[in-house]
Ligand binder design. Structure first.
Ligand code: PEP
Ligand code: MN
Length: 682
């Protein structure tokens, strides 16, 4: 017995020695691998050389055979080794640096230490030399805000799980955030049932966990009939909770790491419905990050397709045309637009690649909203396969390794070509008219749309009587200013959100979509929740931060021509909105300032046919602000229709003389009725 023990001891020692050697050799191999990437980078060589990797595997397997090691065993081990080296080499080309001078990486996550977000972040930044600091936030929204405000360098957010599916809250955040996706991490989630001191499976009456954890372990939970489930903000927090409560009838569902961290015991391991339970996390930062073309990359975007038949099929067929592989397509409802969807799409490709740029350009023609969320290295590293050489000593080329057919027009433009100042707004980019659908109203194409209402919303009675009049005489959209851009700071500034509530209620009552002006970027989100169309006024036509803000929003925007702006400037202002993703822009000609003082402004009617040639965007004429006198609005409204405008916007008031803004140009109701009759004859 004594001798036998001694024998085991020395055998174990020998094994320990070998393991130590293995670890040292692995470290040495890693070091060499790093040196290789430095040389490859200098020589501009590709990172992966799959032929070499296969040769290496073959050689190893041949050696293994001599030592009685089977090929399956060796392939498995060397796959991990090669995978590690590929990751290391990719990290060399794609490093994630802190933005601060202290050289510390600040990572915002939802949850505390031991949460899956924390574990996935640690895995993602494993090759980084910098110190990691975690900013533990309560909600996903707080995580995003921390990075937007510059408190943290990176946000790490779970996006989908192989058991419970997409995380809607994060999808919705991606739509609105200014952050870009710069990385992804797939993390194997191994849920455990955790208990404190004297607890056991049969004693449990209450289990704390995050709702995602509960949903991924629903079958296990269903088999515990006497247990009540209490949702908690994250899995690690629920462990903290049972530690604090110290009640043997309380359990938590979380990671093994969380149990170790809080020094509590694991009652049951692997309790998820599927044993292969993975969560994909996105790493986001303030600025997009170019990915070296030698690294396999994915790009994510969010889009809404145009309101024309077959536009989703048209959009998706662009991927087929460019031989680009879509890896994910998910849809989410659009807030405030019932029964309409935003599509989230991932595809294999890199924004730096001219083919991908061409694809996105073409995709834009079929979308009314298109936002690129980011290009990032793909974590799906192609597995090195063990292949037998053919007689000539060469590996048969793989099907998908065949070179892709060249797509015409995908070469980057020559430097000497003079770049156009606007592109997305041009007819060359999109030959077909943009059609904008607001509820059931169609703007653009062959339609003539009338927008009518008071200059400002002044009271409940005033806006409701305007809405009734608009509806009765056939206007399709109700206008009303709530935030007024007045020339004098002492003039009536509008009723603000109080007015917007009234406008919204009037629109609902009379089934009319509403349009109102936004004055500042920070108002956009709140106003977009209530208004169907956002108006950017003449005075703000070149307020670029406002243009960018409405460009990130999914509501159509009516952009009014600045009173001293050229058509080229107007189209460039529209380009600001379009380039942010929002492809639903309506232009408005509202008169420009000339030497003529007899009228408030001079209506530039020639702008309409000119714009129709230059752009695919719908054009509305505002005769009220152009002429400034109610008696002369009707002829200009009719002229607008004759010259081919897609509609008009006019101001009216139940008692024009008492209007708090622009009283001189407001039509009386009888004049509005006359105008509608006259227009119907054209
Ligand atoms: C308006 O339409 O309410 C308005 C203020 O017009 P503009 O920006 O054209 O002056
Ligand atoms: Mn006005």
């Amino acid at each position: 017995m004594e001798k036998k023990n001694k024998n085991i001891k020395s055998l174990r020692e020998a094994i320990n020695n070998i393991d130590e050697k293995l670890v040292k050799l692995l470290a040495e191999r890693r070091k060499l691998s790093k040196e290789v990437v430095i040389v490859k980078d200098k020589d501009g060589k590709p990172i992966r050389d799959q032929q070499r990797e296969t040769e290496l595997l073959n050689k190893i397997i041949a050696i293994g055979k001599k030592h009685n090691l089977d090929s399956h065993f060796l392939t498995k081990i060397f796959y991990e080794i090669i995978d590690d080296s590929v990751r290391l080499q990719q990290k060399y080309l794609q490093n994630y640096k802190p933005e601060n001078e202290a050289g510390i990486l600040r990572i915002a996550i939802q949850g505390i230490e031991g949460s899956y977000s924390h574990l996935a972040s640690t895995q993602f930044f494993a090759h980084n030399q910098e110190e990691l600091i975690f900013l533990n936030k309560e909600t996903f929204n707080d995580v995003v805000e921390a990075v937007e405000k510059g408190e943290a360098d990176y946000a790490v957010l779970p996006i989908e799980n192989t058991t419970s599916g997409g995380i809607n809250e994060v999808y919705d955040l991606l739509l609105h955030t200014t952050l870009s996706i710069v990385g992804e991490e797939k993390f194997q989630v191994k849920h455990c049932l955790i208990g404190t001191g004297g607890s056991s499976l049969s004693k449990l009456t209450k289990i704390f966990t995050h709702y995602q954890g509960a949903s991924q372990c629903s079958k296990f939970i269903a088999a515990l009939p006497n247990c009540e489930i209490t949702f908690y903000s994250d899995t690690a927090m629920s462990v903290k909770k049972i530690v604090e409560e110290n009640n043997p009838s309380y359990g938590a569902i979380a990671s093994e790491e969380a149990a170790n961290l809080f020094n509590v015991k694991i009652l049951e391991r692997n309790i998820a419905n599927q044993s292969e339970n993975y969560t994909r996390f996105l790493v986001c930062s303030r600025k997009p990050k170019d990915v070296d073309l030698r690294i396999p990359a994915k790009t994510s975007l969010v889009m809404a397709t145009s309101h024309t038949p077959g536009s989703l099929v048209d959009a998706l067929s662009v991927f087929q045309k460019y031989h680009v592989n879509m890896t994910k397509l998910e849809s989410r409802p659009i807030l405030g637009n019932p029964w309409e969807e935003m599509f989230y799409l991932d595809f294999e490709g890199n924004m730096v690649d001219p083919v991908v740029r061409k694809l996105l350009e073409e995709l834009g023609r079929y979308t009314r909203f298109l936002k690129i969320l980011g290009t990032y290295p793909s974590k799906d590293i192609i597995k090195t396969e063990y292949k037998v050489f053919n007689d000539a000593g060469k590996i048969e080329p793989e099907e998908n390794a065949k070179s892709k057919p060249e797509i015409p027009g995908t070469k980057l433009p020559e430097k000497s070509q003079k770049p156009k100042s606007y592109k997305l707004a041009s007819r060359e980019y999109k030959p077909d008219d943009t059609i904008i659908k607001v509820r059931d109203i169609i703007i653009g194409g062959d339609n003539f749309t009338v927008i009518a209402g008071p200059c400002s919303v002044e009271s409940h009675e005033q806006i409701f009587s305007c809405a009734q009049e608009a509806k009765e005489y056939g206007a399709q959209i109700l206008r009303g200013g709530c935030f007024k851009p007045r020339t004098s700071p002492y003039s009536f500034q509008g009723l603000g959100f109080e007015g917007l509530n009234e406008l919204e209620a009037a629109g609902k009552t009379y089934d009319l979509p509403i349009i109102t002006e936004v004055l500042a970027p920070d108002q956009v989100e709140a106003i977009a929740r209530q208004a169907d169309i956002l108006q950017v006024g003449a005075r703000n036509m070149q307020n670029f931060s406002l243009l960018k803000a409405v460009g990130r929003c999914h509501r159509p925007v009516m952009l009014k021509r600045g009173m001293m702006s050229s058509l080229d400037e107007l189209l460039n202002a529209a380009e600001y909105i379009l380039s942010q993703g929002n492809r639903q822009v309506i232009l408005c000609e509202r008169g420009i300032r000339t030497f003529e003082t007899a009228t408030r402004n001079t209506l530039d009617l020639s702008a309409i046919p000119v714009l129709k040639e230059l752009t695919h965007l719908p054009i509305i004429v505002d005769p009220s602000h152009a002429i400034g006198q109610r008696d002369k609005v009707i002829p200009l409204a009719k002229a607008a229709k004759v010259v081919g405008a897609h509609g008009i916007m006019v101001e009216f008031h139940p008692e024009p003389e008492k209007a708090l803004s622009d009283p001189d140009q407001a039509l009386r109701f009888d004049q509005f009725e006359e105008m509608m009759r006259d227009l119907s004859k054209i």
